[in-house]
Ligand binder design. Structure first.
Ligand code: BGC
Length: 745
């Protein structure tokens, strides 16, 4: 069908629908939280979409739509932020933050193509991904879902995700799925790192920092966008017409449908006290520009009654219905794809090809933070490796949030039904290859500080809060691990690998932290190992940066992974052995202390004194940082000395990069820019392009980077995007940077 036919068909359907059918069509309800009887009732009413249901179950209800008046198929949505991870049979990739460490949009795109194929096999059509929130306040619970702190990197990776899910340009016929970038907009920015709370940023900040990544996913053709829970300058995003219509549609050109987040419409009433009742909330959500209402069943009666009483113009409902119907038609849901599940002849879920790509991808996501005195790679003649710590053999921690362990309902008794290589599994296999002894000292203390049913540990401030209120985790621990047993197991080891971190109870919605320190029991473990004189290699498995100053200072080497998924163990072991030369970089800065947060790199200059009186300004590790076994050197940075502000061409930047070591490796070249003087204070530097550059030992390559002219623009005080003439500085490098000035005339 071409666009003309789609429009005609959508309008034809609309003209035949009753008001209740139209209202039902723009609703999405959770089928994980409903009786079968209710599900059938909603199908009869003509519900347009459901979430959190899959496979034959989903298909059963889809088939029932053929019995309804207009036979309009359902859109099924699923949370798929790191592969189809709510299905234990599927390919589970690193979390968003983990994927971002690769600085590799091509891999991200391929991963999402795989995710699209796998959700399609489960009869689903829409993925609530990518996550475009910026992880700038690392106390926030959902940092693991983000691509880190930088708007440019987030936009590039998110656009790659959209292409992967939907297709590049046209929606892929057989297995393209609707991408749903979220949470529109600036969701990670609430004060205090508190989830879904008050975001007090100006319109200028919205336009300058938070809207540009959305522009990229819109340009990539995303078919839907999800609004956010929070209030923006006091106004709930759900009811913000400027955000959902003026900026999103008129300025950025979005043409798909807008979906609310979970019961956002109800929250206008019961949480944000913006609406006195559901009728008011229903109207506010619709006129602001939401086209599909997620998980607010009472929207149905409220919206119908508002239209019937003349308080809401039916044209608002019609407009939303049309947008939803058009996407259904574009996807071919009325045709072949309706019987998606029945069409499956051979399962591709976690098939060899998908697993291979995941393994290759995960290999690019282990960040080497420290390597003192070339501790790594481990010597080939090593005799004994001891592995300790809570995340050494802990698949839930490795998988993190938004997997079958945590959603739609938490269930830590479930098990992966495909490959899952724990860090210990990877190291054990490596030791076998090296002919070394490997010992796992099983952790019998808390991963997080939380202990179900236990009294709180007075030495551990985090447990005071957590021990009382969470009962959804299977970990049940003693107060402290048996340190003596651990030390006994380590006896005679040439190296002790301590796998530390957090677990799914410490990441996710409503899981903000006020303290980013390692839990007490883990810190004590590290200090005991150090005191015992072991060569100490620390491996972090977390959903976010922690404050690990002691670890930085005392580890002989340190690797970090953000919830790396199925292949975390083989990727870490590969880096430990040197079979993999680490090529990941940090997409997010690590603070030295929680009191420094936020420590994102692209801050404004001008802080009196430039430090706290009791803490420095600098983060522990900054955005873009990461070590390699190779050494790289840069030379010959060239770019035009003058460019015209009216030029439409990208500024081409060339640099020679040489691998001066005798080990093949990959440099991640980064380009930053600084606007020297402008009508507003601008960040000390801003990330604007990047390239992974594989180099053989001794090899030199000339690398072309590009800086699109519009990336030089600022949003001025009159809210206009303008390029101001004058000097700019470009920095290019990977840890060490060359710089050069150019003038915009
Ligand atoms: C989250 C969304 C998610 C939705 C559906 C909400 O609570 O904020 O990110 O897509 O639930 O599960």
């Amino acid at each position: 069908m071409d666009q003309q036919q789609i429009n005609t068909k959508a309008n034809e359907l609309l003209s035949k629908m009753t008001l209740p059918e139209k209202v039902a069509q723009i609703m999405q309800l959770s089928y994980a939280h409903m009786s079968d009887e209710d599900k059938c009732m909603w199908i009869k009413r003509g519900i347009g979409s459901a979430l959190h249901i899959m496979g034959s179950d989903a298909q059963r209800f889809q088939d029932m739509t053929l019995e309804t008046n207009h036979k309009i198929p359902l859109i099924y949505g699923i949370d798929c932020v790191r592969g189809h991870a709510l299905n234990p049979k599927a390919t589970i990739f690193p979390c968003g933050l983990g994927m971002a460490t690769s600085f590799n949009p091509e891999m991200v795109e391929k991963a999402c193509e795989i995710a699209a194929r796998e959700v399609t096999e489960d009869a689903l059509h829409m993925v609530f991904s990518p996550v475009l929130c910026l992880g700038r306040d690392t106390r926030w619970g959902r940092v693991d879902e983000t691509f880190g702190e930088d708007p440019y990197l987030s936009g590039e990776l998110a656009a790659a995700m959209v292409r992967g899910y939907q297709g590049d340009g046209e929606m892929r016929k057989d297995d393209g799925v609707i991408a749903c970038p979220k949470h529109y907009l600036a969701h990670g920015e609430s004060i205090g790192g508190r989830d879904s709370y008050d975001v007090s940023i100006t319109k200028r900040k919205v336009l300058e920092t938070f809207a540009p990544p959305y522009k990229k996913v819109i340009d990539a053709g995303c078919k839907s966008i999800m609004t956010a829970y929070h209030t923006l300058d006091g106004l709930p995003c759900t009811a913000n017409k400027w955000l959902l219509r003026d900026l999103l549609r008129d300025e950025m050109g979005f043409e798909g449908f807008v979906i609310t987040d979970w019961d956002n419409t109800g929250r206008l009433m019961w949480q944000q006290f913006f609406s006195p009742d559901m009728r008011h909330a229903a109207k506010a959500a619709i006129i602001a520009g939401n086209d599909m209402i997620m998980s607010t069943p009472s929207f149905y009666e409220a919206a119908i009654s508002m239209v019937e009483s003349g308080d809401l113009d039916e044209s608002f409902v019609n407009e939303a219905v049309l947008r939803v119907l058009k996407v259904k038609l574009e996807m071919g849901l009325f045709g072949e794809r309706r019987s998606g599940f029945h069409n499956i002849t051979k399962s591709i879920m976690a098939c060899e090809e998908h697993l291979r790509l995941n393994s290759d991808f995960t290999n690019q996501t282990v960040v080497m933070l420290e390597n003192k005195n070339n501790t790594l790679p481990l010597p080939r003649d090593i005799k004994k490796i001891a592995v300790v710590g809570p995340n050494a053999h802990n698949i839930p921690s490795q998988y993190g949030d938004w997997t079958f362990y945590t959603h739609p309902l938490p269930d830590f008794t479930k098990t992966p039904e495909s490959v899952s290589i724990s860090i210990w599994d990877g190291i054990r296999e490596l030791a076998e290859r090296l002919g070394a002894e490997a010992v796992l000292s099983e952790w019998d203390g808390p991963v997080s500080v939380y202990r179900r049913g236990d009294a709180v540990n007075p030495l551990d401030v985090q447990s005071i809060h957590r021990a009382t209120d969470n009962t959804d985790v299977n970990h049940c621990f003693n107060d402290e691990p048996d340190y003596e047993k651990m030390l006994k197991n380590c006896k005679g080891a040439d190296v002790v690998i301590a796998v530390i971190g957090d677990d799914p109870t410490f990441n996710g919605e409503e899981r903000d932290r006020a303290n980013l320190d390692l839990p007490y029991a883990q810190q004590k473990m590290l200090e005991m190992l150090k005191e015992a004189g072991y060569k100490l290699v620390i491996v972090g498995v977390t959903g976010k940066p922690l404050t690990i100053k002691w670890a930085k200072e005392n580890a002989d080497a340190m690797l970090w992974t953000f919830c790396p998924g199925m292949y975390g163990g083989s990727a870490v072991a590969g880096v430990l052995s040197g079979d993999i030369n680490p090529s990941a970089r940090l997409p997010i800065s690590f603070p030295q202390h929680v009191g420094q947060v936020p420590v994102y790199y692209n801050q404004l200059p001008g802080w009196h004194g430039e430090k706290y009186i009791d803490l420095p300004k600098e983060p522990l590790y900054t955005f873009g940082y990461g070590l390699s076994y190779s050494k790289f050197e840069l030379s010959n940075l060239t770019l035009p000395g003058r460019v015209s502000a009216d030029s439409k061409k990208d500024i081409m930047v060339n640099v020679d990069v040489t691998n001066i070591s005798n080990i093949d490796g990959t440099s991640v070249l980064q380009l930053y820019v600084r606007d020297v003087v402008s009508s507003l204070s601008t960040p000390v530097k801003q990330f604007k392009d990047f390239k992974r550059v594989p180099l053989k030992a001794g090899e030199t390559k000339t690398v072309n980077l590009k800086l699109p002219m519009n990336e030089l623009a600022i949003v001025n005080h009159d809210l206009q995007r303008v390029i101001e003439k004058g000097a700019f500085v470009i920095y290019v490098g990977d840890g060490v940077y060359l710089e050069k000035e150019f003038i915009v005339v």
